[in-house]
Write a protein that binds this ligand. Structure first.
Ligand SMILES: NC(=O)c1ccc[n+]([C@@H]2O[C@H](COP(=O)([O-])OP(=O)(O)OC[C@H]3O[C@@H](n4cnc5c(N)ncnc54)[C@H](OP(=O)(O)O)[C@@H]3O)[C@@H](O)[C@H]2O)c1
Length: 325
């Protein structure tokens, strides 16, 4: 089969599109014949050696796929060959076949195509976990979603609205801000221009945002501490700016605020049932038309470096997926 391989940390264009054997599922695992592969920002970090987990070389990047179960490892009873599944592959996704642990896989809703399914699990589960469990977002609270047009941002806008919050989204271009409105944001702001902190205060009548969802880090995180409400929860989701911020603890004290980590991968490793249960809930919301994952572009598997270049250059709104013939 064809699979992208990283032999040493590199840029996406330097990966090898190699011929490798189809892997065999071990105990508790399934082999998935991929029809589509989700592309996530953290795939870039894996390839460049900037992610906190570092797989052994050579490795195939790609944390999520959607396809059809091709074979079952010993002990797998919840799936049958031929089932349509979406799966958190952790790595190994950028390939024609990939292995997933059975507890990391879930049925695809009947009316969802493979490209949408491949980018559904990670961003929606992360935002669901962030807003419910970690942020404890309440109806009528103000939610500020940074990088609202990102994969995780779109999910946070849609889920935040569903939870009854007033949603402000930030994004770096006019087209992305319009896209955020289409996802349900009540207000949109340009966080690459000065003044967005004051605009958040104005929109919230001086109070600030109760929950701030931050996948960007750097200066955006730092400035967020100036427009968070007393008692607010600042959710640390990621660092797409490339800068891991630090915080002055006097601000934490003065605002009675909480800085809250959101690491979905850790949550599901420690509670396997959480992934299945949350995916069941998300599948239901999708089937009821209450959430709408957006795939803005697909690329053939062979063009994975182009997809990653678009992500790195901030050219993507919503999700992109790789398709496998
Ligand atoms: N904590 C978790 O469990 C978890 C799970 C999934 C993802 N994440 C993290 O969440 C972040 C977003 O992931 P994603 O897959 O949703 O990303 P994505 O769709 O590629 O979007 C990332 C967005 O970040 C913004 N951005 C700001 N500065 C940037 C820069 N210097 N370079 C590139 N983008 C920049 C861009 O929006 P604008 O152009 O509008 O500024 C871009 O659209 C990543 O850091 C990822 O690792 C965390």
């Amino acid at each position: 089969m064809k699979a992208w391989q990283v032999n040493e940390y590199c840029e996406p264009a330097e990966m090898d599109f190699a011929d490798v054997p189809v892997p065999k599922p071990g105990k508790g695992q399934i082999l998935v014949r991929n029809h589509a592969v989700g592309v996530n920002f953290f795939d870039l970090l894996f390839i460049q050696g900037k992610y906190q987990a570092k797989p052994e070389f050579p490795f195939t990047p790609g944390g999520e796929t959607a396809g059809v179960v091709e074979a079952l490892g010993p002990g797998v009873t919840e799936f049958a060959v031929g089932d349509r599944v979406l799966a958190n592959a952790f790595s190994g996704g950028y390939s024609e076949y990939s292995i997933a642990r059975a507890w990391c896989a879930s049925p695809i809703p009947a009316n969802m195509d493979f490209a949408t399914a491949a980018g559904f699990m990670i961003v929606y589960q992360t935002s669901y976990f962030g807003l419910n469990e970690r942020g404890r977002l309440q109806p009528k609270e103000w939610l500020l979603v940074h990088a609202g047009a990102s994969g995780v941002g779109v999910a946070a806008i849609q889920l935040g609205k569903l939870m009854g919050a007033h949603v402000i989204a930030t994004a770096g271009s006019a087209a992305k801000r319009e896209f955020c409105r289409q996802q349900g944001a009540d207000h949109v702001l340009d966080y690459r221009a000065e003044g967005w902190v004051d605009q958040v205060k104005e929109l919230t009548a001086g109070r600030g945002a109760d929950v701030i969802y931050d996948p960007v880090g750097g200066e955006v995180f730092e400035l967020s501490t100036k427009c968070i409400a007393a008692g607010g929860r600042l959710l640390v989701v990621g660092f797409s700016s490339g800068v891991i911020p630090e915080i002055a603890c006097n601000r934490v004290l003065l605002k009675n605020m909480s800085v809250v980590g959101v690491f979905w991968g850790r949550q599901v490793e420690e509670d396997h049932g959480y992934l299945r249960q949350t995916q069941g809930r998300l599948n239901e919301l999708y089937e009821q038309g209450k959430i709408r994952p957006v795939v803005s572009k697909t690329y053939p598997l062979a063009e994975a470096p182009l997809a990653l270049a678009d992500i790195a250059a901030r050219r993507v709104a919503g999700k992109v997926a790789l398709t496998v013939d």
